[in-house]
Design a protein around this ligand. Structure first.
Ligand SMILES: Cc1cc2nc3c(=O)[nH]c(=O)nc-3n(C[C@H](O)[C@H](O)[C@H](O)COP(=O)(O)OP(=O)(O)OC[C@H]3O[C@@H](n4cnc5c(N)ncnc54)[C@H](O)[C@@H]3O)c2cc1C
Length: 441
């Protein structure tokens, strides 16, 4: 049963408790490994619902969690026995094509924002699939196809409406708080509206180049050389996974957001290596943003290990190939998503997101449907990440972290941690927002 404020004290919005119809759907997040039961779920339709939810949780001594798109693999959107603020009803997007800005609700998905801006031939940098939430993505950084050209999602966040830990609605944020929202996660408040800068992006040249496994080492070397000097218009993501032929396969997905004619010479070093698949074609950017969706259905079991990877040396490549060959057959993969160009030219202290050298976001992504297979997949992901460790940086992208302990949280915020603590002390001294990769006040 759905109740309203009359039945549950001062809570407003759609209020669900255990046993209510819709409760199990509302507590489910993307990662099927996460199975937590909040005491109350508040479906928020406007900032007042959020503010009352925060006050209610504080007055009743309940843990608080915040759900944007529910994609985070650590499952921090949902808490056990506490109050979950579910922002998924707040998905409205307003575009101002003259000012080249968009305002999006705190529960909007990437597909909502891309879908609204495409009508104007505009876009802001987001992630690579449509079902991810803009909230978690942007607050942690936001790495996708437009990053080399226009920066991370957080670099394009220009303002926010936010409810603070004492339930106050801020209609805009000061420079210090904006700095913290650009990579400091959900530590400072519940963002009810994100305002982004938009850029002219219409059709792009995008798709995949696939290579036979025998060529994988040579292709990885050529790709590393290519991205060291390629223009900002090029974004790439390497994937090592089981191919349809029952053997591992190496795929380079790419997106060129510049004049199509200029891409040919840039891509020549890869095409010279005889791809057995060349599916790169001109297409609307917003369509390309949906291409990976089918490969990541919600509800599968996920276990991820990740770190920053600066140099793809020959020993690193050898290890990468070995751990791929040891991957259990199925839908898992290893990804190397490029962080370079404009996203890497920002000073590490200019935003809370600290990892600004040109590098790869290295990700061991294990996913499988059957809980009985969990030990095998988790063991492989751990072993793969341990084998790669000598080649990896200490730093890690906060949005890829699982529940991995304090050291890893520090590694994620890096040199910006001390300033984040100061900001946390100002805005959330009691650590109300702690169901996240937590900055401890
Ligand atoms: C299939 C898949 C593909 C992905 N691809 C990319 C990619 O291309 N690029 C990339 O950078 N990342 C990518 N990610 C990682 C993604 O950025 C994170 O999982 C991110 O946390 C998802 O945001 P969300 O809103 O969906 O998360 P949620 O699970 O809803 O929230 C995660 C955390 O964010 C905070 N939060 C959520 N909403 C709010 C809010 N409104 N206000 C304040 N805090 C809030 C909370 O602390 C919450 O615990 C991908 C993840 C998946 C599963």
């Amino acid at each position: 049963m759905t109740s309203t404020s009359r039945l549950t004290g001062e809570l407003t919005g759609t209020v669900l408790r255990r046993g209510d119809a819709g409760y199990d759907r509302a507590r489910a997040v993307f990662n099927g490994m996460i199975d937590r039961r909040p005491a109350v779920i508040v479906g928020c339709r406007e900032p007042g619902d959020v503010a009352r939810g925060i006050r209610y949780a504080r007055e009743h001594g309940l843990a608080l969690s915040v759900r944007g798109g529910g994609h985070n693999v650590a499952g921090t959107a949902v808490c056990e026995g506490g109050l979950m603020l579910d922002l998924s009803p707040m998905r409205t997007v307003e575009v101002d094509p003259d000012a080249r800005t968009a305002r999006a609700g705190g529960g909007a998905l990437l597909g909502d924002l891309d879908g609204a801006t495409r009508a104007f031939g505009l876009a802001t940098p987001l992630g690579v699939m449509s079902g991810t939430g803009i909230a978690g993505l942007t607050l942690g950084g936001g790495l996708g196809w437009l990053a080399p050209r226009y920066g991370l999602s957080c670099d394009n966040l220009i303002d926010a409406q936010l409810v603070t830990a004492d339930g106050t609605l801020l209609d805009g944020v000061d420079d210090d708080l904006l700095w913290g929202l650009r990579g400091g996660g959900g530590n400072f408040g519940v963002v009810t509206t994100f305002t982004y800068r938009l850029h002219p992006v219409d059709t792009v040249l995008a798709g995949a180049l696939g290579f036979p496994w025998e060529a994988a080492g040579e292709v990885l070397r050529a790709h590393d050389d290519l991205v060291a000097t390629a223009p900002d218009e090029l974004a790439t993501a390497v994937s090592l996974a089981w191919g349809p032929s029952g053997r591992p396969a190496l795929t380079i997905a790419l997106c060129w957001c510049g004049p199509p004619g200029a891409a040919g010479p840039v891509l020549r070093p890869l095409r010279r290596l005889h791809p057995d698949l060349d599916a790169v074609a001109e297409q609307p950017f917003a369509d390309w943003q949906r291409v990976p969706d089918a490969g990541y259905p919600p509800g599968r079991l996920h276990y991820w290990r990740s770190a920053c990877l600066r140099h793809l040396t020959d020993p690193a490549i050898r290890t990468l190939l070995e751990v791929t060959e040891a991957m259990p057959p199925g839908d898992s993969g290893i990804g190397l998503q490029g962080l370079r160009g404009a996203a890497a030219r920002v000073a590490p202290g200019a935003t809370a997101f600290p990892h600004r050298a040109p590098q790869y976001d290295f990700l061991v992504l294990a996913q499988w449907p059957d809980p009985a297979d969990s030990p095998r997949h988790v063991a492989w992901a751990r072993a793969a990440s341990a084998a790669m460790r000598p080649h990896l940086e200490a730093g890690v992208y906060v949005n890829n972290l699982g529940a991995e302990g304090r050291d890893r949280v520090h590694a994620a915020y890096g040199t910006n941690y001390a300033r984040l603590v100061e900001l946390k002390r100002r805005l959330d001294p009691n650590n109300v927002f702690r169901a996240n990769q937590n900055v401890v006040p």
